[in-house]
Design a protein. Structure first.
Length: 173
């Protein structure tokens, strides 16, 4: 790879890191080309991209985005590395967990999800349980609607009681 190609790759990765709120640093070593291609296909079908890149290039791209925001990730940049870019924070973790039912890899070295950094493969289970932005908004809307629906149903049931009481009082008079 020439110096110009490396510079172009670093710039491309810098743009991806800057525009992506979620990416996973993984180890896909020992996987065959066929298996890696299957993983890439599954990633593509799920709206993610998988890219195998040298650690020094990843580090330079991350430093180009921010000199301090990603420093905790630099410890994970050793050995063979593949980067998974996604829009939903838990989607790569779910894909990796499903893929590992048949294979032992990919292993999560680190994950960057909406500003939070998760280090190590032991975080995979917790990453699968993260809620997406849409799931969180749905829960908030549900919570906001529940008191209003309780008040409306109470008024409806109380309205029937009040009408019944007024009718009874009217009949007595």
């Amino acid at each position: 790879m020439t110096k110009a190609e490396k510079t172009a790759l670093i710039e491309e990765l810098r743009e991806k890191f800057a525009s992506s709120s979620t990416f996973y640093v993984t180890d896909c070593s020992t996987l065959t080309v066929e298996v890696i291609n299957n993983l890439r296909r599954e990633c593509f079908n799920s709206g993610m991209t998988l890219q195998v890149v040298k650690n020094t290039i990843i580090r330079k791209a991350l430093e180009g985005v921010s000199e301090t925001a990603y420093t905790d990730l630099f410890g994970a940049l050793h050995g063979p590395t593949a980067i998974l870019f996604a829009e939903v924070g838990n989607a790569p973790a779910r894909l990796i967990k499903e893929f590992r039912k048949e294979k032992e890899r990919p292993i999560v070295k680190a994950a960057y999800v909406d500003g939070a950094i998760f280090l190590g493969d032991d975080q995979l289970e917790m990453l699968t349980k993260l809620k997406s932005r849409d799931e969180m908004l749905g829960e908030v809307i549900g919570l906001l609607q529940s008191p209003a629906s309780n008040v409306i149903s109470a008024l409806k049931s109380s309205g029937g009681k009040i009408a019944g009481l007024l009718k009874t009082l009217e009949e007595r008079a």
